[in-house]
Write a protein that binds this ligand. Structure first.
Ligand code: F0G
Length: 351
C-alpha cells in the first residue's frame, strides 16, 4: 500500500485514457485482501475478504469513478450527474470536487443511508431527491444527460466498469492465481460484470491459468435477476442494493452462465446475521449490502454448492460507518453508570 498510485497508474497498461488526459485520482484501490479465519472454519474453505470500505470514499465505486471523472474532465464538460442508492453519489461528489466539476446526484426519497448523504453534502454535490426508487432515478439521469451537456457517471458509462476490473486484477496479483469462487453482492449488476471481465482479461493474457465461478447475491426483496423479471417496488434493509431493474442485467446473467456460477437471494435476516458475524468474529465492519455476499457464501457452503477446500474471495463492498442507523436501531449500545471503578467492574461482572 505505501506508494500505491491509484488504479489508473497501477494498471496503466490495461486502462486506456483519452489523449493528453490528466488522471483524477484519490489513490483508490490497493485495498486489503484479508484472511477470514472464522468464515474459513465455518465453510471448510479458504476465505479471503476484499475490503473495499478501505477506498477513499469507503466503497468500491472509487475504482470506476477515477476513470469516469478523468474522461469527463478531458471531454471538457462542465458537470457530471448520477443516480444512486448512496455510494455512487458519494464517490462522484468526491471525484468531481477533485476535478473541479459540478456534480448533481439523483437519489430516491428517504432511502439513502445517513453516512452516504453526509458525504455528498460535504463534497459539495447538488442533491436532488425524487419521489421514486433508484430505477426511476437512473432513467431520469440517463434522459437528462442525453439532452443536456452533463456527463453520466453511472456504471452504464462503460469506462466505470473498466476501472472496476482492477479489483479482480488485484486479487489475482495478491493470490498469484484466480480464486475458485468469487462471491459479491449484486444491485445494478455493474460490479459482477466488471469482475468477470477483469478475470477473463487476466486469463486471456495468461496472467492466471483459471477462472473463478461467479456467485452473486441479491436481497430477497430486491432480487430481479433471481426471479427473472423486474421488481417494481424493491425493498431491503440493504439500501445500497435496493434495485428492481438492473442496468447490466444481460451481462450479469452472462457472467453467471459463462462462469458456471449462480445468482441467488438472501433474506434481510440472513444479511443482518452475516453483518454481525463479520464485525464480531472477523473484526470487519461493513454495510448491510456487503454482508449479503457473506450471507450467500455461508448458505452456498452449507448446502455444498461451494465444495470444501475451495479458495474463495468475497468482496465486501462498502464501509459499515456509511449506515450507522442499521446498527443503532436494533441494539441498546450505551449503558449509563456512576463515575466509580466499582460501577465499571459491576457492569462488566468483574466483581
Ligand atoms: N454494495 C454496495 C455497498 C453498493 O453501493 C452497491 C451498488 C452494490 C454492492 C452493488 O453493486 O450495483 O454494481 O451490482 N450501489 C449503487 C449506488 C447502486 O448507487 O451506489 P452493483
Amino acid at each position: 500500500r505505501p506508494g500505491w498510485p491509484g488504479v489508473i497508474a497501477a494498471y496503466a497498461d490495461r486502462i486506456e485514457l483519452p489523449e493528453g488526459a490528466k488522471p483524477v485520482t484519490l489513490q483508490e484501490g490497493g485495498t486489503p485482501l484479508v484472511e477470514a479465519p472464522h468464515l474459513s472454519e465455518l465453510t471448510g474453505c479458504q476465505v479471503y475478504l476484499k475490503v473495499e470500505g478501505a477506498n477513499p470514499t469507503g466503497s468500491f465505486k472509487d475504482r470506476g469513478m477515477t476513470v469516469a471523472m478523468t474522461y469527463a474532465l478531458a471531454s471538457g464538460v462542465a458537470g457530471v450527474i448520477c443516480a444512486s442508492t448512496g455510494n455512487t453519489s458519494a464517490s462522484a461528489a468526491a471525484y468531481a470536487a477533485r476535478a473541479g466539476l459540478t456534480c448533481a446526484v439523483l437519489v430516491p426519497s428517504g432511502k439513502i443511508a445517513k453516512g452516504k448523504l453526509a458525504q455528498a453534502v460535504v463534497y459539495g454535490a447538488r442533491i436532488l431527491q425524487i419521489d421514486g426508487n433508484f430505477d426511476d432515478c437512473l432513467e431520469l439521469a440517463r434522459k437528462t444527460s442525453a439532452e443536456y451537456p452533463i456527463e453520466l457517471v453511472n456504471s452504464v458509462n462503460p469506462v466505470r466498469l473498466v476501472g472496476q476490473q482492477s479489483a479482480a486484477w488485484e486479487i489475482c496479483d495478491t493470490l498469484g492465481r484466480a480464486p475458485d469462487v468469487h462471491c459479491l453482492p449484486v444491485g445494478n449488476a455493474g460490479n459482477i460484470t466488471a469482475y468477470w471481465s477483469g478475470y477473463r482479461a487476466y486469463a486471456a493474457d495468461g496472467v492466471v491459468g483459471s477462472l473463478p465461478r461467479m456467485f452473486g447475491f441479491q436481497a430477497a426483496g430486491a432480487a430481479p435477476l433471481v426471479h427473472g423479471k423486474p421488481v417494481p417496488d424493491p425493498d431491503t434493509i440493504a439500501t445500497a442494493i435496493r434495485v428492481g431493474n438492473p442496468a447490466s442485467w444481460t451481462r450479469a446473467v452472462t457472467a453467471r452462465d459463462e462462469s458456471d456460477g449462480l445468482i441467488d437471494a438472501v433474506t434481510d435476516q440472513d444479511i443482518l446475521a452475516a453483518y454481525h458475524l463479520l464485525a464480531r468474529r472477523e473484526g470487519v465492519f461493513v454495510e448491510p449490502a456487503s454482508a449479503a455476499a457473506v450471507a450467500g457464501l455461508l448458505a452456498a457452503a452449507a448446502d455444498g454448492r461451494i465444495p470444501k477446500g475451495s479458495l474463495v474471495t468475497c468482496t465486501v463492498t462498502g464501509h459499515g460507518l456509511k449506515d450507522p442507523d442499521t446498527v443503532l436501531a436494533e441494539m441498546a449500545p450505551v449503558e449509563a453508570i456512576p463515575v466509580e471503578p466499582h460501577a465499571v467492574a459491576h457492569a462488566l461482572e468483574l466483581a
